[in-house]
Design a protein around this ligand. Structure first.
Ligand code: PRP
Length: 205
């Protein structure tokens, strides 16, 4: 069995749709919404539904042979895995955002709220800008509204969350989309199978 880690949620549904379209379907995924492991024995695949930010951990440690994860997560966690294919799903950008009309005071360290401390640190280090990171886990947009931070470094997909909270993009940091990744040892052992799946997925893009 080839273990495939898929991200639970919005992106996962799209990614599963893509695997399904190349014949690696598993109808039970739609029937039981608390189960986390689904198999298609004929195809020899087992899907593991994991938190999006945990996919790369499963793959890096070999608990999953391949997986699908956002480039944003790869940039932040830099796991030791192979990045095989851009699935061109879940497109979004990592950006710096602030309250509309906010003026930067370059004489002070910039207070940055984010779920992406490494990405933010590298971005500002490259500019020689001193920052203070405020690590949050969600609803990042609240931080500048309440004065907890000056800016945020976060995902912008449709831009709706920023708009509805009177925030705007200040600068772009990186582009993101879903990537197919593989455990390095699994790829040595099962290159034929993994390359076969990768090739079929590529044809659907
Ligand atoms: C993400 C991100 C933004 C939002 C951007 O949050 O952190 O808040 O989506 O999407 P938009 O540009 O389409 O509005 P998520 O939904 O993952 O929830 P979170 O706030 O708990 O991180």
């Amino acid at each position: 069995m080839l273990n495939i880690a898929l991200p639970k949620g919005r992106l996962g549904d799209k990614v599963y749709g893509l695997f399904s379209s190349i014949g690696y379907d598993c109808a039970a995924i739609y029937e039981d919404n608390r189960k986390l492991v689904f198999e298609n024995p004929e195809r020899g695949v087992r899907y593991l539904l994991v938190k999006p930010s945990d996919v790369a951990i499963y793959v890096e440690h070999g608990a999953a042979d391949i997986g699908v994860v956002g480039k944003d997560v790869l940039l932040e966690t830099q796991p030791d895995v192979y990045e095989l294919l851009d699935l061109q799903l879940g497109r979004c950008r990592l950006a710096v955002a602030a309250k509309n009309g906010w003026q930067e005071d370059l004489s002070l360290p910039l207070r940055v709220a984010t779920k992406y401390p490494r990405v933010a640190k590298e971005y500002y280090e490259a500019q020689g800008r001193q920052i203070e990171i405020i690590r949050l886990n969600g609803s990042i947009e609240l931080a500048p509204i309440l004065g907890l931070s000056d800016v945020i470094v976060d995902i912008v997909e449709t831009g709706t969350t920023l708009k509805e909270n009177d925030l705007g993009v200040f600068a772009d940091v990186a582009q993101s989309s879903a990537r197919l990744i593989a455990n390095k040892a699994s790829y040595q052992f099962s290159a034929g199978v993994i390359d076969g799946i990768c090739g079929k997925l590529r044809e659907k893009l």
